[in-house]
Write a protein that binds this ligand. Structure first.
Ligand code: DGL
Length: 258
């Protein structure tokens, strides 16, 4: 395996760009291939079998067509449902993400906490284990059905409307907000508009550090002194949609404030 081989990222859409942004800051000289499965977005309410089948196809493409040296599942739902299967099937390093609930336990366990995530993530065994281990007994779990879809395809007005309806009862009460879906950091501003001043927690930095550790351990870190490149692939059959996704994706990863 060559050290200059790219790292494959996958998500149901462009949400995983919020993870890649952090990884680029940590490992700028790596090459990346990002797969956005927008033809099948959202993953949040799909069955385990459907998600495993999609992820298997994507990982196999990232390995066979792009020669990726490692995979980052930049999607909480796919991580919860498919990471065990993928790790059993493929021998390359596979890094998964989970809602940053342990971070709350480490930093502000006394604060009232919202965990926002998809249905798929919240119902998963992987999340149950995490939740019962670090439960602060001041937590509301919010299955944000349809939110990733609105962030992916909707308007600003639809987004504000959705968040108003879903979060209004926690206004002035929530202190910690776990963004348990990689799309949600794209709505931080709108979430704050409803909840006021809250602290956000997400797993993007942790995943990036874990990726660096694993590549280092396996002697797979790039030895290039130059900035690497990023390739974007989207599964939509509609060329116009693919172009729009691509533009939005590159805009997000060029913004450092996420
Ligand atoms: N971005 C994803 C996640 O982190 C998936 C959202 C969806 O497709 O429902 O869970």
């Amino acid at each position: 395996m060559k050290n200059s081989a790219p790292i494959g990222f996958l998500d149901s859409g462009i949400g995983g760009s919020t993870v890649l942004t952090k990884t680029l800051a940590l490992l700028p000289n790596e090459n990346y291939v990002f797969f956005s499965d927008s033809a099948n977005c959202p993953y949040g309410d799909k069955s385990d079998e459907e998600i495993i089948e999609r992820c298997d196809k994507i990982v196999s493409l990232l390995i066979n067509d792009y020669n990726c040296k490692a995979i980052v599942i930049a999607c909480n739902t796919a991580s919860a449902k498919a990471s065990a299967y993928l790790r059993k099937k493929y021998s390359l390093p596979i890094i998964a993400i989970e809602p940053a609930y342990k971070m709350v336990y480490d930093r502000n366990p006394d604060g009232f906490t919202l965990v926002m995530a998809t249905n798929g993530t919240l119902e998963s065994e992987k999340f149950h284990k995490l939740y019962y281990k670090y439960n602060n007994h001041k937590t509301a779990l919010i299955a944000c059905v349809g939110l990733a879809d609105i962030i992916e395809h909707g308007t600003k007005a639809e987004l504000s409307d959705y968040l108003d309806k879903t979060l209004d009862e926690y206004k002035g009460k929530a202190q910690n907000v776990v963004l348990g879906c990689t799309h949600y950091p794209l709505a931080k501003k709108e979430i704050k508009n409803v909840l006021g001043d809250v602290e956000f927690f997400d797993g993007a930095n942790g995943v990036s550090r874990q990726l660096k550790r694993v590549l280092d351990e396996k002697d797979l870190l790039s030895d290039s002194k130059e900035k690497g490149n990023v390739t974007f692939i989207d599964s939509s059959l509609d060329g116009k949609v693919r172009e729009e996704k691509k533009n939005r994706f590159f805009k997000i990863i060029s913004e450092e404030h996420i």
